[in-house]
Design a protein around this ligand. Sequence first.
Ligand SMILES: Nc1ncnc2c1ncn2[C@@H]1O[C@H](COP(=O)(O)OP(=O)(O)OP(=O)(O)O)[C@@H](O)[C@H]1O
Ligand SMILES: [Mg+2]
Length: 283
Amino acid sequence: MFEVRGLKYKYPNAQDYAVDGIDFEIRQGEIFGFLGPSGAGKSTTQKILIKLLKDYQGEILYRGKKLTEYSDEFYQDIGVSFEMPISFSKLTAMENLEFFRRLYKETVDVEPLLRRVGLWEDRHKKTGEYSKGMKIRLNFVRALLNNPKMLFLDEPTNGIDPVNGKIMKDMIREFRAQGGTVFLTSHIMSDVDELCDRVAFIVNGKIREVDSPRNLKLKYGKRVVRVEYRENGNVVSKEFTMEEIKTPAFFELLKTKDIETLHSGETTLEDIFIKVTGVALHG
Ligand SMILES: Nc1ncnc2c1ncn2[C@@H]1O[C@H](COP(=O)(O)OP(=O)(O)OP(=O)(O)O)[C@@H](O)[C@H]1O
Ligand SMILES: [Mg+2]
């Protein structure tokens, strides 16, 4: 869907490049994740891809044609959910959606969507009286209003409770199952791990690694089995690599010790992120 080559962007008056020479592609039908700490350039990249920021260097192709050569028809194709949800606070949720509906040639019935995200009962409430999570859910529905081919989601589950987060993640996966493509930014590891087919690690405007979460775990992960057992009243913890669990020492321990817990410790994507980038995702 997208091919990005040598993309650079500097905000007017800024010293440094917010996006500093990145290359990646977004394949049709995949959920492509941009993972990185605060200030890494995730939202900036999204804004460039949706033609909101224009004075960039490098080349962006959307469906094989330069992004700069598209006019408004591009917006019929895409659905966008911003980092900060936007709506007219004096209008109800329904009135907001009707306003945006007029911008598109083709739109969908919002009732099933509003029911799904739990906003149907509150559809006639002014969005100024919505909670933060309600605004985010409404923004998600708005992003789906024009039945887009491609969704851009900036931190989609940030500020959402776990139950609604799960619903939203299910809806994102269903969107993909129906052939949709997704660009998603996040610093929430579990979102990326659960949803993304491929993920790019981004720090200081540069991409450090792009691969599937599974491949990243195989490449950088340490697969171990951790055994905790009791010895002389103390809990002792021991790690065994996948090779070591085939040795007699491992079986001996299981046979002779008072085992309390046995875990297969897969390295998390968060550990891998830190290993690859040398930067922690949070604080
Ligand atoms: N409107 C702006 N004007 C000037 N600089 C900006 C502007 N927006 C962002 N920046 C700078 O560009 C860099 C990248 O910001 P960006 O918003 O893309 O980060 P992010 O990865 O989305 O972070 P977060 O996880 O906090 O949302 C930061 O250094 C930021 O200060
Ligand atoms: Mg951001």
